[in-house]
Design a protein around this ligand. Sequence first.
Ligand code: PRP
Length: 215
Amino acid sequence: MARMLNIALPKGRLGDNVYDMFEKAGFECPSIREKNRKLVFENKEAGVRYFWVKPSDVAIYVERGAADIGVVGKDILMESKPDVYELLDLGTGKCRLAVAAPEGFEDDPEQTLRVATKFTNMTRQFYASTGRDIDIIHLNGSIELAPILGLSDVIVDLVETGKTLKDNHLEVTQIIDYISARLIANKSSFKFQNKQIEKILAALTRELENREETN
Ligand code: PRP
């Protein structure tokens, strides 16, 4: 019998949504709903073992084969370019990667622009394409604080509802890219566990098509 497929899900709201999709697609694992702090859940009959991983670590588990497949934001794929296959856009976890500035901010092209962000590679690439001279300040979270405290002029961050920006008197000035959750696979697993992965891929694709029809 084929071995269980290891699936890395991003811990948090996105992961909960994504697990629902796997469940509807026929790969349920009821123990995952139990309220405890376990990190690994398996359903031998369905042939799946899920584990919760910090969202930014999913691609590392998949790239190194500790997980056969996983779900990760496109932002992480673009920022760290892991060596994995991207199989499917799951159409959830939608947001934008954007430049945001204090309301009324006017950019002075004579000055180096100070940009605070978690996404240093994408930010560098974006400003290189516009020819703008920047100074990157790498932060790990609460990026919106930087312009408020004068640490940076603008930020590059994910915007979902826009509420965090609004509540901090910031506004989007440029959209860099549109982001959503992606199903990814380890390259060697995709070869050797291909049947199982293709089965999940087909079921999730059907599940997405059903969703679109009911919307
Ligand atoms: C993300 C992002 C923004 C916020 C955007 O932060 O970095 O801060 O969500 O969401 P909104 O547009 O719906 O307000 P997250 O909560 O992941 O925490 P972080 O500050 O640690 O990045």
